[in-house]
Ligand binder design. Structure first.
Ligand code: CMC
Length: 437
């Protein structure tokens, strides 16, 4: 089998030769940034063959206008805007607006979005009572997913989105309520009374207020803490076809509603190879700090494949993850502003230094990813470890919403339905129960 992409001709095609078949010409699609893809959508009907790609490492599942990544060069752009510029200049809410609607908001648009977020920040009292059903030790990710899904019951009018205004309302509800749900689940886990949102506070400030205020003592985060949280959320806002976003698109492609699709995304994010890695990183650093293992011992275990170096490696980034660089710098600045030292930061830097000079990691192009330093930033803001993946979910919400909407309004959209190569037993006779051994 051989492929040949003729990129110079105006209508680009790839020629594919398959055993026992006449060669076929497959269209080559070129993206905005000159990325080339062989369109195999007609391959099975033309040849009877399908493609096989374990873990979808080489499969483009959709066309998308939202996010561009060049993993070799460490480039991440949303709607054309570089992550470095967004991190330096925007708030999470501006970034969320831009991801969902395609353009940075004008002052009026931002004001409308802020008003909508404030309007929808409270939970329906019925929804609030759901928290009583969870045990205090329940994982906040389980609560988050369940509660987002439960939102569908309380807002049935949003299950069939008729127009853009309807979608705008559903978006505001989701972005705003997810923050309230997250904070309530934390309070619930500690047996503390719930703190209602304060409409006078900004998105990030309000979240920290709901997390840490006491009924008689309002919590006032510093400007640096609020900014660090906003930065954390911006850096997690979208990342093209990662596992959870692909899940949201997959579920949305069946015409499932926004809440149900995003609840599925939360479940996908929970896994330790994806968003759950941010908790594992801190656990790993804490073990080293407690003297259970040294940095060198961890690295040796990883090289023997007994252990994963959490927060390292990425399917797409093969040089550096730009989000990790920004986070590392932000951690240094936040700790300095707060006048604190975190021994875990020193350990993380040692691990990075050892790993990035070792052939095992160099040969496999493994570098710190977004989860490597993010937990140290969250710790410095006071966020407990079991909430880390929830924080990732709050950040990823705009990306999930934008991707769901792209699927929802695609006039040529089809249900996502991959094929497989069956490797189980061939046809065999049914054995009645009394004859089975
Ligand atoms: N520690 C040790 N070895 C690793 C690691 C790691 N963190 N990541 C990859 N490898 C090895 C892997 O064992 C394989 O080795 P070999 O060629 O000898 O079989 C090689 O590197 C290639 O890795 P891969 O398994 O093909 O990588 P992948 O693209 O399938 O997986 C990943 C990507 C992120 C799941 C993986 O790097 C990993 O498990 N990292 C640790 C978990 C983590 O930090 N996840 C967060 C990802 S970034 C944010 C997010 O998406 O949530």
């Amino acid at each position: 089998m051989s492929t040949n992409s003729d990129v110079s001709s105006p209508t680009q095609t790839a020629r594919l030769e398959l055993p026992g078949k006449d060669p076929v010409q497959l269209p080559v699609e070129v993206g905005t940034e000159n990325e080339h893809a062989v369109d195999i959508s007609k391959l099975r009907s033309q040849t009877g063959y399908i493609t096989l790609d374990n873990g979808y490492g080489n499969t483009g599942s959709c066309r998308s206008d939202i996010t561009y990544i060049d993993g070799e060069k460490g480039i991440l752009r949303h709607r054309g805007y570089a992550i470095e510029d967004l991190a330096a200049s925007t708030t999470f809410i501006e970034t969320a607006y831009m991801l969902i609607w395609g353009e940075l908001p004008t002052a009026d648009q931002l004001e409308t979005m802020r008003r909508l977020l404030t309007e929808h920040e409270l939970l329906h009292e019925g929804l609030r009572h759901h928290f009583e059903g969870f045990p205090p030790y329940g994982h906040p990710m389980a609560m988050l997913s369940a509660m987002i899904n439960a939102c569908s019951c309380y807002h049935p009018e949003l299950l069939e989105l008729e127009d853009e205004h309807h979608f705008e309302e559903a978006t505001a509800k989701l972005l705003s309520k997810v923050r309230t749900i997250a904070a309530f689940s934390y309070r619930k886990s500690l047996g503390l009374p719930i703190v209602y949102p304060d409409p006078k506070r900004s998105y990030c400030n309000n979240f920290l207020h709901m997390m840490f205020s006491l009924p008689h003592v309002p919590y006032e985060p510093t400007r640096e803490e609020v900014r660090a949280l906003s930065l954390f959320l911006i850096l997690h806002a979208d990342h093209e076809q990662n596992c959870s976003t692909a899940t949201v698109r997959m579920v949305g492609s069946s015409k499932a509603n926004l809440f149900a699709s995003v609840a599925a995304g939360v479940c996908a994010l929970w896994g330790p190879l994806h968003g759950g890695a941010n908790m594992r990183v801190i656990e790993m650093l804490e073990n080293i700090n407690a003297g259970d293992q040294s940095v060198d011992q961890v690295v040796e275990q990883v090289k023997k494949k007994e252990y994963l170096l959490w927060g390292f490696g990425h399917r797409v980034y093969k040089n550096f993850d730009p989000r990790a660089l920004i986070l590392k710098d932000a951690v240094d600045k936040l700790l300095e502003a707060k006048g604190i030292e975190d021994p875990l930061l020193d350990i993380a830097k040692q691990l990075e230094s050892v790993a990035t000079h070792d052939d095992y990691f160099l040969e496999r192009k493994l570098y710190p990813n977004v989860d490597f330093y993010s937990g140290i930033l969250l710790r410095a803001i006071g966020i407990p470890v079991n909430m880390f993946t929830v924080m990732f979910a709050i950040g990823r919400m705009p990306g999930w919403i934008a991707n769901w909407y792209e699927v929802h309004k695609d006039p040529n959209g089809r249900i996502y339905r991959p094929r497989q190569v069956y490797t189980g037993p061939a046809k065999r006779p049914y054995v009645p129960l009394e004859e089975r051994q």
